[in-house]
Design a protein around this ligand. Sequence first.
Ligand code: ADP
Ligand code: ZN
Ligand code: ZN
Length: 728
Amino acid sequence: MRIIRVALDVPVTSLFDYRAEHVAVQDIGLRVVVPFGNKVMVGVIVALADASEVPPARLKSALRILRDVPALSRADLQLLEFCSDYYHYPLGQVIMNALPAALRRLRSAAHREDDCFFLTGFGLNADWSTLPRRAVVKHRVLAALHGRGHLDQAAARALSARAPAALRELAARGWVERRPCPAPREGVAAPPAAASPPLTAAQAAAVDSIRASLGGYTAWLLHGVTGSGKTEVYLRLTATALDSGKQVLLLVPEIALTPQLEATVRSRLPAALVVSLHSALNERERARHWRLAQSGKARVVLGTRLAVYTPLPDLGLIIVDEEHDSSFKQTEGMRYSARDLAVFRARLRGVPVVLGSATPSLESYSNALSGRYRLVMLTERIGVPPPRVACVDTRGERLANGLSARLLAAIEERLAQGHQSLVFINRRGYAPVLMCRACGWTSGCHRCAAHLVLHLEIGRLRCHHCGHEEPVPPACPECGNPALAPLGQGTQRVEAALKQRFPPARILRIDSDSTRRKLAWNAMRRQIHGHEVDILVGTQIMAKGHDFPLLNLVGVLNADSTLYSTDFRAAERLYAQLMQVAGRAGRSDVRGQVLVQTEFPDHPLYRALCENDYAAFARAQLAERRQAGLPPFVHQALLRAEAPRLATALEFLGDAAALGRGLRQAVTIYDPVEATMSRLAGRERAQLLVQAGSRRRLQGFLQAWHDKLAAHAPRKVRWMLDVDPLEF
Ligand code: ADP
Ligand code: ZN
Ligand code: ZN
C-alpha cells in the first residue's frame, strides 16, 4: 500500500493524498479517479509517498488509475510545476487545465469514440467456426478485422448497424480489443513535397545561424519586416529539426491564421504528421491531436497559446510567430504568457526557440539588445518594396464623417484604377457614444464603467464589454431633448459615409459584428480575392496575416486616440498594429500606399512609422521606459480584486499592501487604485501594483505574500495575481 499525491482541479494550492495499491514510479503522470467530498473526480498523480499528514482513518483510497493514455512525462510535469510557481496558481488547476477536456472527464466518451478495434492474438488464432452460423454480423466483422487489420467506429457501423454490439460481445470473449487508432498516415506513401523557393541571402543567413544552434538552448529573436519571408525561415528550420528526428512546436497568435499555415506546412513537409491545437477544435479532435503529439506520431504541432503545454517527447525546436501579439497572454484564470512559457520550456528541454516578429515586443527586443537573446534580421521585403506611409495632417480640416479630403481623393483614384482600398478604424458600431448636447448626458452602461456604443442598423445601444443591450432612447433620459447626437466614428458610420460618397462602389464592412456568423469571414475573403469588393472598412480583424493582392491603399482613422493613453504600452501596441495594417497594402506588383490621419504628424511614433524605422522607435521607447522605471527594466505583478462594492475591494487591497510592506522586502508596493474598467458586468474592480528590479526578487516576495493573502482574503472578494501584466 502506498500513498499517491494527486493534483485536482480545485482552487487550493495543496495536492491531495490517497491510498493506492499496485503503483510504481512509472505511474507518476497518469490520470487517476478519486473520491473528493461527495463527488468523484479525475486527477493526475504527481508524486508517490510512504506517509501522509492526513490521519490514516481519514485517508481515502483511489478508485482506479487510468492507463488508456500514457503518463505525463517528468519534463511535462516540470513545465507545469514551473507555471504554478511562477504565476502563483494552484498546481492541480494548472495540470488539469493543460489536459484536453476529454481527458479530464470521468467517462471520456469522446476518447472511446476515437479508438479502433483490433483482433487480439487470441482472436487471431481462435476457431471462428465455433460461432453459430447465424451470427452473421460477428462473422462479417471478424473477416473485416482479419483483412484490414483494424476497424474504426465509422467503418464498423458501415458494415452493419449491429456491428458495435457484435464487437462488444467479441471483446467480452477476448477476441477483440479496442486501442487508439494507428496514426492516419501510417503505411501510406507521402505525396511529393511542394517546391520551396531558393532562399534570399538574408533568409539563408538567418537559417544557417539558427540551424547551427539546434541541439541546445538559444533564444532567437527573428526581427523581419512584413513580407520578408519569415515563414520560409520557419519551414526550413522545421525541416531540419524533423530530419534529425525531432518534433517542432509552432505557436501562432490566432486560430484564424492556423488553416493557411497548416496547409503550407503540410504541403512542404508531407512526410510529417502535422496536427493543430486550438480552441475551435471539438473536444474529440483536440484530445486526438494531443495524444498524437504525446505518442510522438505527430511531428509538428501548430497551435495557439494553449498548445504550449502539449507533451512532445522529441521536442527539438519551438517557434513563436508574431511573438509581440497580446493574444499569447491569457487574460483570465491563470494569466500566463505562452510566449514566455515557450522560452522557459526551450531552456528546460535544451532546444532553441525562435521568436519572430516585424515589431518585436519591447521585452524581447531589449533582451536581444542586451545579448540575452540572439538577434537575426530580415530587413528587406521580398518582391515589391514596402508601402509608402504618410501622415495626413487633419488639424483645421472639417472631416466628412471622419474622412479627410486627401484620403477620399486617394480612394477615388483607386476606384478609377480598379484597385481596392481599406479604411481601417478600430471601433465597431456606428458611433462610440450617443450624447445630448443640451445637458451633456452620454449613453453609459449601468453595469460597466464604459459607454454604450450606438448600433444604428439594429437601432440599439450595446456595451462592448458585458454585452448589455437596450433600445436607443427617443429623447435624452435626463432633459428630454429629442436631438441626441452620435459622437465619433465607428465602422458602420464610415461605411455609411463611403456609400453616400461613392454610390457605385462595392463596400464591405469587416468587423466582429459582420463576421459573427460562422464562416462569414471566409466568404468575405473570397469576395475580396475575387474582386467583388472595391472598398473595405475594417477593424483589427483585417490587420493580421491575410494577403489581399488587389489591395493597395490603406487609410487609418482615429489612431490618435491611443497616442496619449495612460497605458504605457499603448504606443508599442499602436506601432505594431499600424505596421501590420500597413503590411496589407501592396502585396502584389503595385507598390502600396498608407495614409494615416492625425493631428500630431510630428509625433515620433508616426515619424518612425513613415520611415519604417522600428529600431529608432524601439530605442526611443526603451529610453523612456528606463527613465520612468517601467518594464522591461522592472518587473511587475498586479493583485486584482473584484467585489460587489468597490470599497470592499479597495479595503482588501489596502490590507494586502500592509501585509506586503510588513514582509520588508526590496519591492515597491503602490497604493490600491480602481481598475481602468472599474466596473465590469456589475462587479467592481480595483488593483494593486507591485514592482521589483529583478524577477527573482519579485518572485521571492510574491511567494511569501501569496500565502498570507490566501489566509486573509474575505469571502466577498475575488482576487488573483497577474504576473507580468499586460493590461491595467
Ligand atoms: P512575413 O511572414 O515575413 O511577413 P512571408 O513569409 O509571408 O513574410 O513572405 C512574404 C512573401 O514572400 C510570401 O508570398 C512568400 O511566399 C514569399 N517568399 C518568401 N521567401 C521567398 C523566397 N526566398 N523567394 C521568393 N519568394 C519568397
Ligand atoms: Zn439632455
Ligand atoms: Zn457593460
